[in-house]
Design a protein around this ligand. Structure first.
Ligand SMILES: [Zn+2]
Length: 540
């Protein structure tokens, strides 16, 4: 389409072209005008200069009022965690765990190749094959010695005494010392674990074992066991810094060097996080059961990247439990999680995958934003329809809120009280069911298709109007995704979702996620029964 082509057209053809161009221009303008207030665009898409205190929508079910900071305020991070590095550097840790007890700690590969450099040179991130390894340089005094004795003779089964046993090997563990009651602060200590061997009267020499979890195909290259440089409490702290404080592996390394004079390689840090993920994995079943039994469940999803693969991070949030799953945006993940056991109300956005579930609820904030988007259209006709829809929704929202504050008012009254408004909305939707404006037509049909579900809150005003619970649960991890650029491996993705679930669930139950994850890690490393999830406050 150019000037030459236009000059050949008849006036009638020209007019048709103009109408089409005008329509396209309006659509393009509307798209430019989209903000988080009038569309499904996330709050994070808001430019930094537009963020103000008055920006949040009025709809809020009184859940967590403390909103996350605008995402744009986050500085760009050029130091993604390097899983590759983890693998190549695993050698460093194992080097530290040699057969001879020693006081050494693997030094980090500081000053190594940054992944940004790696991209430009086409090399893999992390230590390059053949590059010089870093030996053990850091020496610490031993605070405590823990001796592991063999209990019974491996040959004849006789109970062994602790007398006359000898250390045959051992390892050093750096741990965060447990504080005495009333003691403030945080101190690192080095524990030397010694494994002893004992001579039995039968002549057999039995060596005290150290627990190592059997290999698990779901956790490729993720070792779980007692012989670790990083103690469980220090491991829990690393998980907390990585997931809750959203620090990159490089920042966590810097944190321990600056504050504790402790040198840890990013490889060791990464390995510890994945080990913790494997340790908490058996808790997922308990969280799934609690979600299945929930009376009210909020669900939402957001894109997630694992390497170059596009996946979805799903969140399922109840009053006392939050579960994250990373997978494909498909029916499968829903039908696996929400079996026939689930009898509660499910609040979601309008995504089709939820449609088959009974007892659905729709987020009104999403719908109001869509109406608002139409109301701000440059097309006067569309704008007027959008404005009317918006007005009706707001009237109903006001009425629902009012009913909630008056405990005496029966819920069923609203539908008849506001029958004319509801009829006006219905009529408007019918009218625009086949509208030529794409968005107006889509919204009108969305209302009509899901009419009974959308209006459930009018009949049952105690039900929530928004999906804020799920959206807020995702927001923290959306920022984490931006910082870490997603995960790099299947094990890394699994560890992330599991640890995020445990952390958020602990927070909902007013329990320290750090100490809980540390206790789970300690038990898992010895093959013991895991401590169960923190109790739900006030039951239910
Ligand atoms: Zn014996």
């Amino acid at each position: 389409m150019d000037e030459d082509w236009l000059s050949l057209l008849t006036p009638v053809q020209l007019q048709a072209v103009s109408v089409r161009l005008l329509q396209e221009l309006k659509t393009a303008r509307d798209r430019l005008n989209q903000t988080p207030n009038n569309s499904s665009r996330p709050p994070s898409s808001r430019p930094a200069w537009e963020v103000g205190p008055s920006d949040d929508e009025t709809l809020d079910d009184g859940a967590d009022q403390a909103r996350a900071k605008p995402l744009n305020a986050e500085p760009p991070n050029t130091e993604p965690p390097s899983t590759e590095q983890a693998n190549t550097e695993q050698a460093n840790t194992e080097q530290a765990s040699t057969e001879q007890p020693n006081t050494s700690i693997p030094a980090s590969s500081g000053g190594g190749l940054r992944s940004t450099d790696a991209k430009s040179t086409g090399k893999k991130a992390g230590k390059q094959p053949g590059a010089k390894g870093y030996g053990r340089t850091q020496q610490f005094a031993i605070d405590d010695t823990i001796v592991h004795y063999p209990e019974h003779c491996a040959a004849c089964g006789l109970a062994l005494t602790r007398e006359g046993t000898q250390a045959y090997t051992g390892w050093d563990e750096i741990e965060i010392a447990a504080n005495a009651a009333g003691q403030a602060g945080m101190r690192l200590q080095v524990n030397r674990h010694l494994l002893h061997a004992s001579d039995c009267s039968c002549g057999h020499v039995t060596r005290a074992p150290h627990y190592t979890a059997p290999e698990d195909p779901c956790w490729d290259k993720v070792a779980l066991g007692q012989w670790r440089l990083i103690g469980p409490r220090l491991g829990g702290a690393i998980v907390f810094l990585a997931l809750r404080m959203r620090l990159s592996r490089a920042r966590i390394r810097e944190f321990f060097i600056e504050l504790f004079g402790l040198q840890l390689s990013t490889g060791v840090i990464d390995e510890t996080i994945r080990e913790a993920g494997r340790a908490v994995a058996p808790l997922e079943d308990a969280m799934v059961r609690e979600i299945e039994q929930a009376a009210l469940l909020h669900a939402d999803e957001t894109p997630w990247k694992e390497g170059r693969q596009l996946l979805w991070l799903w969140v399922f949030a109840t009053r006392h439990t939050t579960l994250f799953l990373i997978g494909y945006r498909s029916l499968e993940i829903l039908s696996n999680l929400l079996t026939a056991e689930f009898k509660g109300n499910l609040m979601s956005d309008g995504y089709l995958a939820y449609r088959h579930l009974p007892q659905r609820l729709r987020c009104w904030a999403h719908l109001v934003r869509k109406c608002q988007g139409l109301a701000e259209s440059t097309d006067a006709r569309v704008s007027s329809a959008g404005q009317t829809m918006c007005d009706v929704m707001r009237v109903l929202i006001g009425a629902i809120y009012d009913t909630r504050t008056m405990s005496s008012c029966p819920g069923g009254m609203l539908a008849s009280q506001y029958a004319s408004d509801i009829a006006r909305l219905r009529c408007l939707c019918e009218q625009h069911r086949d509208d030529r404006h794409d968005k107006l037509r889509a919204l009108a049909r969305e209302f009509l298709h899901d009419w009974n579900v959308i209006l459930r809150q009018v009949a049952e005003p105690h039900l929530p109007l928004t999906n804020n619970t799920a959206e807020q649960a995702l927001r923290h991890w959306v920022i984490a995704r931006r910082i870490s650029l997603g995960t790099r491996s299947e094990a890394g993705t699994r560890a992330f979702a599991l640890l995020a679930s445990v952390i958020e669930t602990c927070r909902k139950r007013s329990t320290s996620s750090w100490t809980y994850i540390a206790s789970v890690l300690a038990a898992a490393r010895q093959g013991l029964t895991l401590p169960s999830l923190p109790a739900m406050p006030g039951g239910g």
